[in-house]
Write a protein that binds this ligand. Structure first.
Ligand code: UD1
Length: 417
């Protein structure tokens, strides 16, 4: 088992370069199989989620070649093999093979996806979208067979602006006959990144980034060159860390507009930020004021930054509230933050944080990816040593976190026990 050992209390300065967005990359890799020829995607983060997707590609007979941050994906000899549970359960995004294989072959057989246990996370909206396009869905335990004689474009309304369902329906609809409209589509930057990729491959998608996406089906898609956008959640996590213990810490290679909701909350508490065209410089401020946040689909405050932000709120003077509206089980970091000395209570989907509290190093568990990020942030400001177990969760989403934090002065070590 891997653990992280962090000794808190050091000021962080220097530059952290943000990697490609996990949530884009994990959709782009499966999307690449829709092409008939080779694709190159650059700025791919080296995290276990992307490694696991490459394993699935190889299982399908797709040739992949990785060179540092790029990947070449050649689907010329792809076979529509069943995707076993051992592959699908390793990550949430394995479900993008549903849309991609259905779009390409009109048939996919695979198992329910894995990912962080932050709520029930059903995939009914994905399946309803496939059914609307003409597919039949057969479920046997955890195994899904989705099959269509032909896919025909149609209007689809999503009951919730789901990121996964919006992307999966786009993947299935790009090669459907005629026009598909997705209403109440998710508007996250990662969706725009995937739509741009598909258009570079020859698809006809308009409206990505708005709540109505229109897709005119095409017969063939070809390989192309594409770049993954910077990871706004990784950036947001390090910006939060900078507001806790930064000393002119530069978070570089970002798109600041993607972080507007976080930036305005940081400004509200009185954080010291300098915003450049593709970077933010942040230092620890004094006497932070409280604020309330409520998570919402983009451009609202991201659920993925809610947990790290709670760590920051433990250092604000007074009472703050955080309401989680997207996932039912996203406060699993809170008991550990309390063990470290913070004063947080949870009622229904709202956490009340009373600060500021001096945090102390403890043995804690990263129950999920962003809970892990919240604990890393807490450990960096805590007195003494924190030992974080279950760090596999953190490594699924943060490229080279140990190296990146060490480079700016953090005392952080990764150890096998
Ligand atoms: C994606 C992100 C995740 C982020 C989340 C919300 C990836 C790989 N993961 O997850 O990091 O936290 O968006 O920004 O991109 N829902 C249904 N039925 C469905 C689909 C979703 O009820 O078929 C519900 C979910 O349970 C949840 C809400 O809709 O309550 C939002 O989920 P969704 O946007 O789909 O999140 P994911 O795509 O799983």
């Amino acid at each position: 088992m891997k653990i992280l050992e962090i000794t808190g209390g050091t000021k962080l300065s220097g530059t952290i370069r943000i990697s490609g967005a996990k949530n884009s990359a994990v959709a782009l890799i499966p999307a690449a199989i829709l092409a008939d020829s080779k694709t190159t995607i650059c700025n791919i983060p080296e995290i276990t989620d992307t490694d696991n997707l490459c394993e699935i590609l190889n299982h399908l007979g797709v040739v992949t070649k990785r060179a540092s941050e790029s990947i070449i994906i050649d689907p010329s000899n792809i076979k529509n093999n069943e995707i076993d549970e051992e592959y699908s359960k390793k990550l949430r995004a394995s479900y993008y093979f549903m849309g991609a294989l259905l779009g390409k072959y009109k048939k996919v057989v695979m198992y329910f996806p894995g990912g962080c246990s932050i709520g029930a996370r059903p995939i009914d909206l994905h399946l309803k979208g496939f059914e609307a396009l003409g597919a039949k869905v057969h479920i046997e335990g955890n195994k899904y067979t989705v099959e269509a004689e032909k896919l025909v474009g149609c209007p689809i309304y999503l009951d919730f602006a789901s990121v996964g369902a919006t992307i999966n329906i786009m993947l299935a609809a790009v090669k459907a006959e005629g026009k598909t409209t997705i209403d109440n589509a998710a508007k996250e930057p990662e969706i725009v990144n995937v739509a741009t990729f598909l258009n570079n491959m020859g698809a006809h998608i308009t409206g990505a980034g708005t709540s109505t996406i229109k897709i005119e089906g095409v017969k063939h898609l070809h390989g192309c060159f594409h770049e993954v956008i910077p990871d706004r959640i990784e950036a947001g996590t390090y910006i939060i860390i900078g507001s806790l213990c930064g000393d002119n810490l530069k978070i570089d290679n970002i798109i600041p507009e993607h972080l507007d909701s976080l930036i305005s909350k940081l400004q509200e508490i009185g954080a010291k930020l300098e915003i450049g065209p593709d970077y933010i410089i942040i230092s620890k401020g004094e006497n932070y004021k409280t604020t309330n946040i409520k998570t919402a689909p983009y451009p609202g405050f991201p659920t993925d930054l809610q947990q790290p932000f709670i760590t920051l709120l433990t250092q604000c003077s007074g009472e703050s509230k955080v309401e989680e509206t997207i996932f039912e089980n996203r406060f699993m970091n809170v008991p550990y933050l309390c063990q470290m000395g913070s004063d947080i209570s949870i009622r229904n989907q709202t956490a009340t944080i009373i600060g500021p509290n001096k945090l102390k190093g403890k043995e804690v568990v990263a129950t999920d990816l962003r809970a892990g990020a919240s604990l890393v942030a807490a450990a960096l400001v805590a007195d003494g040593k924190t030992m974080i177990t279950n760090v596999e969760h953190i490594l699924r989403g943060y490229e080279n976190i140990v190296e990146k934090l060490t480079q700016v002065g953090a005392k952080i070590k990764s150890r096998e026990i």
